[in-house]
Ligand binder design. Structure first.
Ligand code: F6P
Length: 538
């Protein structure tokens, strides 16, 4: 049943009109001393405080009823069982199978573990000093880039320090050229990562890397270029012998658990890669087995629906308070916006309600000194997702004692900032409070009342705080899987296909048509703007 036809949707609408629209977080905490305990949830390796969200018991009950009425559980079970839930491509969606233990007997277990074993063995070879490799360059884009590019720095404390990992995605040579200038072809391994092995950007960069490799006088292409792909023939045609395969039931943005994770495995090794998979698997069990009312990804996905469709909030900001997670917002953009940025339902009919919000962000505290101004005082309410990590990653490193003491203080500063931002968003500051304060930088000539209005904060701005004990392979695997299942949940409620991406096709086709025109200058039949710009850009 479509979500807006359910009884729960109508009840949520009435609940929103009556209570939701004017929900006040400060009053909610004042009237319920146990709000934090009641609205905190746990999943393997994760703790989530949802108490600073515009929710009460009725909201949650109705959202859970909505999930049941639209059949989120049945869709989840169908996905895990390998049914073709990616209906427009007639494909199963089985990234969860990639992280199932060997003995769990899940779908495709034998072939998954065959590739995994080969890939981990190869990763260990590359990690060994005897491999002769110092630099590893992953050439891929989108799902063949963003996952590994996010995970490798996040787990730097677990990485082989001898190896330098690089990621090249953009077809703009500005990314590849300066990198190659620093590398020694005889000590560099290129991983060409592409599910289809047809992606324009990846093939262009791989060809350029190959040309550079030969120009350096290097010859052993088969040793220095490997591929991670479902299209082994195309990789072979490129001249690559060593291929780690995967399957059409692994979506690009869900593929870091497959051979596409090879750079991760090279960086952190087989044992830690297995821990990453295990953390994700633990969260697969969580979404599959825990009742909806305590099921963290389901609750997060339902809150997303509440904000998007009832409060009309069009964006969500992610603020990881761990520099290692600097690329997490970019990763989540693809995960959420490519999955749920859809305007038709499973039957192809246009939907009358909104779907994926814009997801964006930067690590804290950096974002505080840039766009947090808008989060606190801008005209739009943007829910913020804070990710706090209790222990630092540099615990694992050998550091001078004096520095260790200073870094412990830096960690307290980081966490205090994280807590303070969530608090400030919620509490705000009234104009009379601002008026009572000294504001040394305020103009002495402007009316104090006017300044106080500029210095007031509306507050009541919602946020979620996710807490990890430490950023390690297992907790990161858990975090990513939780996000995947959250996106699945909101997509299931919206009744869309979260697993295709037809929206990227039109631009690709038009690009192919424009490419020869950039050379020839032929602008015939083009719209005026494109013709004008083409002439300028030639
Ligand atoms: O253009 C979008 C997309 O198809 C993504 O879904 C995918 O992750 C990316 O391109 C890269 O595709 P491939 O792995 O086939 O090179």
């Amino acid at each position: 049943m479509r979500c807006d036809d359910t009884a729960a949707w109508a009840a949520l609408r009435a609940h929103f009109d009556r209570d939701g629209r004017h929900f006040d977080l400060r009053s909610a905490f004042a009237s319920d001393g146990r709000r934090f305990e009641r609205l905190s949830f746990e999943a393997p390796h994760l703790f989530a405080d949802l108490s600073k969200n515009w929710l009460d018991d009725s909201t949650l009950d109705l959202l859970l009823q909505l999930a049941r009425e639209v059949g989120v559980e049945a869709r989840r079970d169908a996905m895990f069982a390998g049914s073709p839930v990616n209906t427009t491509e007639g494909r199963a969606v089985l990234h969860t199978a990639l992280r199932a233990p060997r003995d769990a007997g899940g779908p495709h277990s034998a072939e998954i573990h065959e590739v995994l074993d080969a890939m981990l063995a190869y990763a260990e070879q590359v990690r060994a000093a005897a491999s002769g490799f110092d630099d590893v360059v992953n050439i891929g884009i989108g799902g063949s880039d963003l996952g590994a590019q996010m995970v490798v720095p996040a787990l730097a404390a677990y990485a082989e320090p001898r190896l330098r990992m690089h990621f090249v995605a953009n077809v703009d040579g500005h990314e590849l050229v300066p990198l190659l200038a620093r590398l020694d072809a005889r000590r560099t391994l290129f991983v060409v990562a592409s599910k289809t092995f047809t992606t324009q950007e990846t093939l262009a960069n791989a060809l350029a890397a190959k040309a550079w490799f030969h120009a350096q006088g290097a010859t052993d292409l088969a040793r220095h270029f490997v591929a991670t792909t479902t299209n082994v023939q195309a990789a072979a045609a490129f001249g690559i012998d060593t291929c780690f395969g995967f399957w059409d039931w692994v979506g690009g943005r869900y593929s870091l658990w497959s051979a596409i994770g090879l750079p991760i495995a090279i960086a952190i090794g087989a044992e830690h890669f297995s821990a990453l998979l295990a953390g994700a698997h633990a969260n697969d069990r969580h979404i599959a087995e825990v009742p909806l009312a305590r099921n963290l990804p389901v609750l997060l996905g339902l809150v997303d629906v509440w904000y998007r469709n009832f409060h009309g909030l069009a964006s969500r900001s992610v603020a990881p308070y761990h520099q290692g997670l600097a690329r997490l917002p970019a990763y989540l953009q693809q995960l959420e916006m490519e999955s749920n940025g859809k305007r038709v339902g499973l039957d192809g009919e246009p939907l009358p309600y909104a779907t994926a919000p814009v997801v964006w962000g930067e690590p804290g505290t950096n974002g505080q000194h840039a766009y947090f101004q808008m989060l606190h005082q801008g005209s739009d309410v943007i829910p913020v997702e804070f990710i706090a990590v209790r222990q630092t990653s540099h615990e694992r490193r050998v550091l001078p004692e004096a520095m260790r003491v200073l870094l412990a203080d830096q960690q307290r500063k980081l966490l205090a900032n994280c807590l303070a931002q969530a608090q400030a968003l919620m509490l705000g500051k009234r104009a009379d409070e601002a008026l009572a304060e000294r504001a040394p930088t305020a103009s002495p000539t402007l009316d104090a009342q006017v300044i106080a209005r500029h210095r007031s904060f509306p507050g009541n701005r919602p946020s979620t705080t996710l807490v990890l004990e430490r950023l390690d392979p297992a907790s990161l695997g858990a975090l990513i899987a939780c996000y995947e299942h959250r996106v699945f949940t909101s997509g299931a409620v919206w009744g869309i296909n979260s697993f295709d991406q037809w929206g990227v096709e039109l631009g690709k086709a038009l690009c192919s048509a424009l490419l020869p025109r950039l050379e020839s200058g032929d602008a015939s039949g083009l719209d005026g703007s494109t013709a004008g710009l083409l002439a300028r850009l030639r």
